[in-house]
Write a protein that binds this ligand. Structure first.
Ligand code: B12
Ligand code: SF4
Length: 500
């Protein structure tokens, strides 16, 4: 009997940017007596169904975007006599869908770390249940990933999670509802051990795949102090101290290692934290800027962000402390108007961002925005291929419209065209070249240009374009430059005797 773990994707690039962490975590959680799990990441190559046999167990992890491909795999694997188990955020939100459409024998809701061995035992022993509640496991029970299961030479970046959950409650995000608002921070030793293992495999670049790397803000501490809440204050101080301990340990790793994470803008008010990030070689962070106007921030429940000049200043503060920012902006907020696009592009230029992404407001299941949209559209929802667009992920890929939140004054096409124009402006060659000054050598500048172009192709053209010719072109191009790009990131794998 073989345990297969499959990360579905309808597009395969041959090379992946970031290791999908769940594959290697569940690989580690698979009990040794069931042998070496077979890892299949379809962003590299499609699953070869001939490798699935009667009696095997096939674990499929889905988020909303790849759920339909996951269901195809589930049905096909079940047809070959395998036991099919679904998990991941989308299966957590819609477990019944995995039964109805994906041929699931069982669905795991929540974290798989602790429950996966039981599921396999039950499947092997013929006592499988239809549902398992994995819950939110405590940080000391997070299973470290098994990096020996990595296919060689395929990924640019490793991924290690240091904290799960986020105390905020943004309206477009499901993290605080699924992963919870209580930060679950992993022990420093466990994180460092994984990073060292990744370095031994030749990874110099590691994404800290956290919801929010800065879960305790100075404002949180001040509030607990003001309230005289000693227990809360001590708890927050402990979490903060652990962050600094982690960063101090990262700082001692080989100097060629580079980290990237996701963080809220509040960190700009915490110079000590940003300095610790710089020393730790956390060279880049995705910052959810979302909107450049106060009303836009209110639209997404992100009042803790700043707008206008204060925003530009905060983003520059990251840069001044040696942390490069990938600014993430959302277009299509109810308060957006035609002039918001140019204003946003100006802020992105002036704030000294290294990279930026401009996404259109998309109602993702599990979010406040989705619930409001679903309620508003109700039974009147438009149908494509017989499927209401409130279940857009079930529409076949070739016919699937990009679904965006309805806007009071602009059409989706207008928002899309204006968004595309902002991508074009931000990633124009002269602008990329000017930004590449952040790199110290000519080689590094050229690498910056290549990566900017790859990012733009992989993200903007496949994410926003609706015509498939453009998407296919972008995919071919991304496939072509992905391999040389990978070489920029990796190092020689180390032998066992090499010291770190
Ligand atoms: C790092 C990250 C990224 C990275 C790296 C992705 C990668 N290759 O790994 C980048 C930046 C590229 C990225 C991109 C996107 N992401 Co992202 N990302 C994350 C993040 C922060 C962490 C993922 C991670 O590694 N977690 C650690 C692993 C161990 O946890 P896990 O995946 O949840 O798996 C656990 C359980 O779910 C369960 N499980 C998972 N699979 C299975 C399978 C089985 C069989 C079982 C039993 C259990 C099980 O067990 C695992 C261990 O406990 C998550 C948020 C989150 N907390 O998960 C968002 C998240 C997954 N991303 C999200 C989104 C929306 C996106 C984008 C669409 C963003 C965009 N606008 O373009 C793109 C899509 C990219 C793509 N096509 O896949 C959403 C998904 C929402 C949804 N309903 O689908 C999340 C949840 C964040 C959010 N804001 O809500 N992302
Ligand atoms: S700060 Fe980021 S992770 Fe936290 S709720 Fe908002 S968008 Fe989600």
């Amino acid at each position: 009997m073989t345990v297969h773990l499959v990360n579905p994707s309808h597009l395969s690039f041959g090379v992946g940017v970031i290791t999908p962490r769940w594959l290697f975590v569940l690989g580690a959680a698979t009990p040794a007596e069931y042998g070496r799990p077979r890892i299949v990441d379809e962003t590299l190559e499609p699953l070869d169904l001939d490798t699935v046999h009667d009696g095997d167990i096939v674990g499929i992890g889905i988020h909303t975007g790849n759920a339909l491909r996951g269901y195809e795999i589930g049905v096909a694997a079940r047809g070959r006599g395998a036991t099919v188990v679904f998990g991941g955020i989308h299966a957590t939100l819609y477990p019944d869908e995995a039964d109805e459409r994906g041929g699931a024998h069982a669905v795991v809701r929540g974290d798989g770390d602790a429950v996966w061995p039981t599921v396999i035992d039950h499947a092997a022993g013929g006592t499988l249940q239809r549902r398992y509640e994995g819950g939110r496991v405590d940080a000391d029970r997070f299973v470290p990933a098994r990096w020996d299961l990595l296919p060689a030479g395929r990924y640019m970046w490793g991924s290690v999670q240091t904290v799960r959950g986020c105390p905020k409650h943004c309206s477009f995000c499901s993290v605080w509802r699924t992963d919870g608002q209580k930060p679950r921070q992993r022990a420093v030793d466990s994180v460092i051990a994984e990073i060292i293992e990744l370095r031994r495999h030749g990874f110099r670049f590691v994404a800290l795949a956290d919801d929010n790397f800065y879960p305790v803000t100075l404002a949180d501490l001040a509030m607990a102090e003001r309230q005289g809440n000693v227990a809360r204050l001590e708890q927050l101080q402990r979490l903060r101290a652990e962050r600094f301990e982690l960063m101090a340990r990262l700082a001692k790793l080989p100097a060629d290692m580079v980290f990237f994470t996701q963080i809220t803008m509040e960190a700009a008010e915490d110079g000590a934290f940003l300095d610790a990030m710089r020393r730790a070689n956390i060279k880049g962070a995705l910052v959810g800027v979302e909107a450049v106007t106060p009303q836009g921030l209110k639209d997404v429940y992100k009042n803790f962000n700043h707008s206008g000049e204060a925003l530009v200043e905060r983003l520059q503060t990251f840069r001044n402390h040696g942390v490069f920012v990938l600014g993430s902006f959302i277009f299509g907020l109810p308060s957006d108007r035609a002039d918001t696009f140019e204003a946003t592009a100006d802020v992105a230029d002036r704030a000294g961002l290294a990279f930026a992404q401009f996404v259109m407001l998309t109602p993702y299941p599990g979010t406040v925005d989705f619930e409001a949209w679903e309620k508003k559209v109700g039974d009147e929802a438009e149908r494509v291929a017989g499927i209401p667009i409130t279940r857009h992920w079930l529409i076949p890929q070739a016919q699937r419209p990009k679904v965006y939140a309805p806007h009071p004054v602009m059409t989706a096409d207008e928002i899309r065209a204006r968004t595309q124009a902002v991508w074009d402006r931000f990633y124009s060659l002269p602008r990329i070249w000017a930004r590449s000054r952040c790199a110290s050598t000519t080689r590094a500048r050229l690498a910056f240009v290549l990566i900017s172009k790859l990012y733009r192709q992989m993200y903007a053209n496949t994410g926003i374009a609706t015509d498939s010719a453009r998407v296919n072109r972008a995919n071919r191009w991304a496939r072509l430059i992905a391999r040389p790009c990978r070489r920029l990131f990796v190092a020689r794998p180390l032998a066992a005797q090499d010291q770190l």
